[in-house]
Each structure stands twice: as structure tokens, then as C-alpha cells.
Write a protein that binds this ligand. Structure first.
Ligand code: SF4
Length: 199
């Protein structure tokens, strides 16, 4: 098995998975909860910003009218790159703009998921990660920082409420495809071998 285990971490594909991925329980993201992970928006790598920019004319019909107006005036992201510990400097992350308290790409009129980037990818049969920022796609799993992967413990979110009961699974099971995007299918199988007997 291409993994190493301690009481607190499992090392797979060069990433250290925190024990919280096993011990913390969540239910899969509904993409419709209107909760704080889409308030205040997200940061995206420069190359993702450029991909969104290229696709923007096709995404515009999926946006709230207020977002479309802001984008027409100022664009969808803040011009100055930001500094965040979960991005490498060369990734040049930029904040997406906020409109009426929500990310510019948030639209609660969309059926099946309130992120216009996600909806666009699903409609076109594209991998969601081709446009959606990685921090959003992985949530509530954190983007790796110094090879460390853990769970963001925002108990107020519907997916993470301790009252979710039997609907909730250990995060590494509830968010399988998200972890596979980091570890690959083989890496994820190593996670299963490392933790499935303990959950
Ligand atoms: S890009 Fe999508 S998932 Fe990320 S904050 Fe904006 S609306 Fe939410």
C-alpha cells in the first residue's frame, strides 16, 4: 500500500490526511443550502480565472441580473492578486467579486445547484473542476496547505451539523470524488484500505 499511517494522519500520494477526515461526519453537499461557503466569495488561481474569462459569455445567462451588471462594469474578479496561505504565490489567486453579499457566480434561481460555474459544467458534461475554484469544489475539505489536508469545521453549515444523524458519513466517504480529485483513484483506494475498517 502506498500510504503511511499514524494515529493522527494518513499519508497518501504525498499528502497528509488529517484524522478529522475519518472522525468528522458530514452529509454530501446539496449545492443549494445558501450557506456561508458562498457568502463572501472564493479565491481562484490565475489560470482558473483565465478559463472562466474565456467562457464568461456562455456563463452570463446563468447569473443573477445584479451579478451580470457588476461584471459588465468591473469584471468578475478583483484585479489585485491576493495572498493566502492555501495558495502558492505563483498561483496568483484573485478574489471573485461579491454581489449583494454572495459570490458573483451564486444564483439561487438555478435548479439543482446554486453555483453558475458548477451548473455550466454539468450542463456541458465538463469536469466541474475545469471552472469551479478548487477551494469551492473541495469544501468542507480544505485545499492542501504544505501537503496537509483537513476538514473545515464550520458547524453552522447544514452539511456539517452534528445533528445530521444517520445521513452523515465520515468526510472521506461523504466526499469521495472530492478526495479523488486530490489523490487519484489509486490514492483513494489507499485511503479506504487505511481507514475503512476504523470508521
Ligand atoms: S464559485 Fe460557486 S461554489 Fe464558489 S463561492 Fe462562488 S458560487 Fe459558491
Amino acid at each position: 500500500m502506498d500510504s503511511q499511517k499514524s494515529d493522527e494522519t494518513l499519508t497518501v500520494s504525498g499528502l497528509q490526511l488529517d484524522i478529522s477526515l475519518l472522525e468528522y461526519r458530514a452529509r454530501p453537499c446539496s449545492l443549494t443550502c445558501a450557506a456561508p461557503c458562498c457568502w463572501g466569495a472564493a479565491a481562484a488561481r490565475r489560470d482558473k480565472i483565465e478559463k472562466i474569462q474565456t467562457t464568461l459569455p456562455e456563463i452570463m445567462p446563468l447569473l443573477r441580473p445584479a451579478s451580470a451588471r457588476v461584471i459588465a462594469r468591473k469584471g468578475f474578479y478583483c484585479a489585485q492578486a491576493t495572498h493566502r496561505s492555501d495558495f502558492q504565490p505563483e498561483e496568483e489567486p484573485h478574489w471573485l467579486r461579491i454581489v449583494d453579499g454572495y459570490c458573483v457566480f451564486y444564483n439561487d434561481a438555478l435548479i439543482g445547484g446554486h453555483c453558475a460555474l458548477h451548473a455550466y459544467c454539468v450542463q456541458r458534461g465538463l469536469p466541474v473542476l475545469s471552472l469551479k475554484p478548487q477551494v469551492c469544489y473541495l469544501f468542507p475539505i480544505s485545499k492542501p496547505v504544505n501537503h496537509w489536508v483537513t476538514v473545515r469545521r464550520w458547524n453552522e453549515l447544514p452539511c456539517l451539523r452534528p445533528t445530521n444523524g444517520e445521513e452523515a458519513l465520515p468526510v472521506y466517504l461523504a466526499y469521495r470524488s472530492e478526495l479523488e480529485s486530490l489523490l487519484g483513484e489509486k490514492g483513494y483506494e489507499d485511503v479506504l484500505r487505511g481507514w475503512v475498517s476504523r470508521s
